[in-house]
Design a protein around this ligand. Structure first.
Ligand code: UT7
Length: 334
């Protein structure tokens, strides 16, 4: 006779228990950025909404920033590091292909040997991580999952390239996902358009850099207009599909927290969604810049701390970027 597995019943739902974030100390104004590129404070503000951003210190690593953000999130969740079963770390700026940043972070957090891995989904990475974390919790693979979105983009951009230097910055945000009796995270809506993989890409691989005699260290290049058009047309529509998957309408939202790519992209998405004016919108990009995988948890933590979104409120989060990839969900705020 065939045996049946004796496993614990699956948890009905998952929720975001907490958020934490880390902003590097050094504030960099547009005027400082313009010392190296042919641009102006006015142009940068008009085209992107950015007034200033944070740069990590030279000796401050992706792992350092991740640990700082995750420790806050774990404490706010009322948990101990040993209660964390999985660490998912979303980044495209950890300087080592292996080992993962997540393994170092899990160790430094003091978890009890939590499962740990990195994901490469650029500016959508945090939402990819939340999607996996909720499935791990609901499927019985983990009790509590730490999801970190972190970038040190200043290591990988050309500070003399005016198509990217003013937009990207550094930081980290983290969330803890755990069990819930009621639905608190909607099914993810996600996808990719790899046909546009060169829209945000590296100028060359590290192998090419080595074999070409070490000239022009690889940096991030971006076809800004191409990404802008894709975001405004496709991602705004995906945001509506997220609401449909969550079974709510835009006027039931308590916050809209899109990836902080460009203030004008956020405004275009608001128009496409028909977002009512009473719904607070994340505008963290003004003082934080575009921090890729870190931008959504950084913006979320700022809104929660400022009392702009109530505990238990529903936030639409959506990330999009290099790949091109995107992901998003409606999340009940911790
Ligand atoms: O987070 C990952 C996903 N990334 C994004 O979502 C970024 C999406 N793209 C963008 O946010 C925008 O494309 C940028 C903010 C990067 C650029 O804004 P834009 O309105 O698309 O500018 P543009 O590239 O169309 O350039 C407009 C003009 C050009 O001059 P002409 O041809 O009109 O004379 C550029 O040469 O502005 C010029 N320009 C600049 N001027 C001053 C380009 N970069 C700069 C600059 N400062 N830094």
């Amino acid at each position: 006779m065939t045996s049946t597995l004796r496993v614990s019943p699956a948890v009905p739902y998952a929720r975001m228990l907490s958020v934490g974030s880390y902003r590097p100390e050094r504030v960099v104004t547009n005027d400082e950025v313009c010392l190296r590129i042919d641009s102006t404070d006015q142009w940068i503000q008009e085209r992107s909404g950015i007034r200033e951003r944070r740069y990590a210190a030279v000796d401050e690593s992706v792992c350092d920033m991740s640990v700082a953000a995750a420790l806050i999130a774990i404490e706010r969740a009322g948990l101990q590091p040993a209660d964390v079963d999985v660490v998912i770390l979303a980044t495209v700026t950890h300087p080592y292909p292996t080992p993962s940043a997540a393994a170092e972070v899990a160790f430094r957090l003091g978890t009890n040997g939590a499962a740990a891995f990195d994901i490469s989904a650029a500016c959508a990475g945090f939402c990819y991580g939340i999607a996996m974390a909720q499935d791990f919790v609901r499927g019985g693979s983990a009790r509590n999952v730490v999801v970190v979105g972190v970038e040190k983009l200043t290591d990988w951009i050309d500070l003399d390239d005016r198509s990217t230097a003013f937009i990207f910055a550094d930081g980290a945000g983290a969330a803890v996902i755990g069990a819930s009796d009621t639905p608190a995270i909607s099914p993810v809506v996600w996808g990719s358009d790899g046909g546009q993989y060169q829209a945000i890409a590296m100028t060359q691989s590290l192998i090419d850099y080595r074999d070409n005699g070490g000239e022009r260290f690889p940096t991030l290049s971006m076809e800004g207009q191409q990404v802008f058009r894709w975001a405004v047309s496709e991602i705004a529509k995906a945001a509506q599909r997220i609401l449909d998957a969550a079974g709510i309408s835009a006027d039931e939202l308590d916050a809209f927290i899109p990836h902080q790519a460009n203030m004008r992209i956020t405004d275009a998405m608001i128009r496409t969604l028909g977002l009512p004016s009473h719904v607070p919108v994340a505008r963290d990009i003004a003082t934080t810049g575009n921090t890729s995988a870190a931008s959504i948890p950084l913006a979320m933590d700022r809104m929660i701390s400022a009392g702009e979104v109530p505990s238990g409120g529903l936030a639409l989060i959506i990330g999009f970027g290099a790949g091109l990839v995107y992901a998003g969900q409606v999340v009940q705020m911790p």
